[in-house]
Ligand binder design. Structure first.
Ligand SMILES: NC(=O)c1ccc[n+]([C@@H]2O[C@H](COP(=O)([O-])OP(=O)(O)OC[C@H]3O[C@@H](n4cnc5c(N)ncnc54)[C@H](O)[C@@H]3O)[C@@H](O)[C@H]2O)c1
Length: 351
């Protein structure tokens, strides 16, 4: 992680990061620690070793579905960055109840705990998934929200709950909707963003599989370090109860991404396009006027981000094993017997 020295100051001494053990969270904890802040990682996963070594970083294991654990974990925080939850749309399609508990219930618990504890600032990391299929691009924050995945519904539920706590009780919350994040540390076993997936296939000297139209499918990619700087900007300068798109404001097509991958690695990249589904062949581009209004500008260009990531991954990295799934198979004509098998269609989980 290469966070520069010019990180936005956040005027809080004790900061908690929920989901601090995850992909985005690790980068945020690292950046906050560089600012000499006391950072508490709140997560139900163990503290990653690289974070344990950082100055000022402590760890509280908590499951945010449990309100008592949430209260205990956040009790010393002046500011909370809430990142914990399910980040996988594919997971949410297979397990919507699990996704709802993590994202909607977990976020309600965090919001209410912040109110009861008198936390001075809550930053919630939401997602552009809440917009659903864009009616037009660039997408402004007042674009209709019509999510088509359970993940989008649960993230939107989190947003609406926090905004309702702002309206009814003055919760000092700021909401950021991240577009497609990329950078070091994404898990290739989960359906991740296109940037690292493209690189991984290409570094294995294989054609890059893409579902959809390679020119019509365009995304707004933001490097995870820029995303962290944007969230820190929201903590310091965002307006209470407001929503901000977190993105660069640049659309990149799948063809252009493949070209940039070729440039970063010095070897042209081949695309293997499957046009049987055009469901997500649209432009997902943010209007970033609001975020820029807070003085934020991205620092990492796609070319720089790709070169850095290619160096880190090295030759023949693990190939992405998950594919994005937007449809759940019907149960095959067999009805669940309710007396004995409530929840039996799902894996054994705590909720
Ligand atoms: N990765 C992306 O492309 C992306 C894009 C937009 C928004 N987001 C949002 O950013 C956030 C972080 O995403 P990520 O990619 O770092 O995901 P991640 O899965 O790598 O990290 C999530 C972390 O939250 C923790 N967590 C989940 N449920 C919890 C619970 N009930 N109690 C305590 N800890 C819990 C997990 O253990 C994990 O460490 C998510 O809220 C996601 O919706 C991510």
């Amino acid at each position: 992680m290469h966070h520069g020295p010019d990180l936005p100051e956040t005027p809080y001494e004790n900061v908690a990061v929920t989901g601090g053990a995850g992909f985005v969270g690790r980068h945020l904890v690292t950046a906050l620690s560089l600012l000499s802040q006391k950072v508490t990682v709140v997560d139900h996963a163990p503290l990653p070793r690289e974070l344990a070594a950082l100055p000022g970083v402590s760890y509280i294991r908590a499951d945010l579905r449990d309100y008592g654990e949430t209260l205990l974990a956040l009790q010393n925080a002046d500011a909370v960055f809430h990142l914990a939850g399910n980040a996988s749309g594919t997971e949410s399609v297979a397990h919507p109840r699990h996704d709802f508990h993590l994202n909607a219930l977990g976020t309600c618990n965090v919001g209410n705990a912040c109110l009861e504890l008198g936390v001075r600032r809550l930053v919630y990391l939401s997602s552009a998934i809440v917009y659903g299929t864009p009616l037009q691009s660039p997408i402004r924050e007042d674009h209709p929200t019509q999510p088509f995945l359970p993940y989008g519904a649960s993230k939107l539920s989190g947003e609406l709950t926090l905004r309702s706590l702002h309206a009814t009780a003055g919760l000092p919350v700021v909401i950021g909707r991240s577009f497609v994040v990329y950078g070091p540390g994404e898990d290739p076993r989960r359906a991740g963003g296109e940037v690292s997936q493209f690189l991984r296939w290409h570094l294995n000297e294989q054609p890059i599989p893409v579902v959809g139209d390679i020119d019509l499918k365009r995304r707004d990619f933001i490097h995870v370090e820029d995303l962290c700087r944007a969230m820190m900007t929201l903590a310091g300068r965002g307006a209470d109860g407001e929503i901000y798109n977190l993105a660069t404001g640049t659309a990149v097509s799948m063809r252009e991404l493949a070209e940039a991958v070729g440039t970063a690695t010095g070897r042209p990249a081949l695309l293997d396009a499957d046009t049987s589904s055009l469901a997500d062949s649209f432009t997902l581009l943010a209007d970033v006027t609001r975020l820029r209004g807070l003085g934020f500008a991205p620092r990492v260009t796609l070319a720089e981000g790709l070169t850095g990531l290619a160096d880190l991954l090295g030759p023949f990295p693990e190939i992405p094993s998950a594919r994005a799934v937007f449809r759940r198979e019907p149960p095959g004509g067999r009805r669940m017997t309710l007396t004995a098998a409530v929840g039996a269609g799902e894996e054994a989980r705590t909720c």
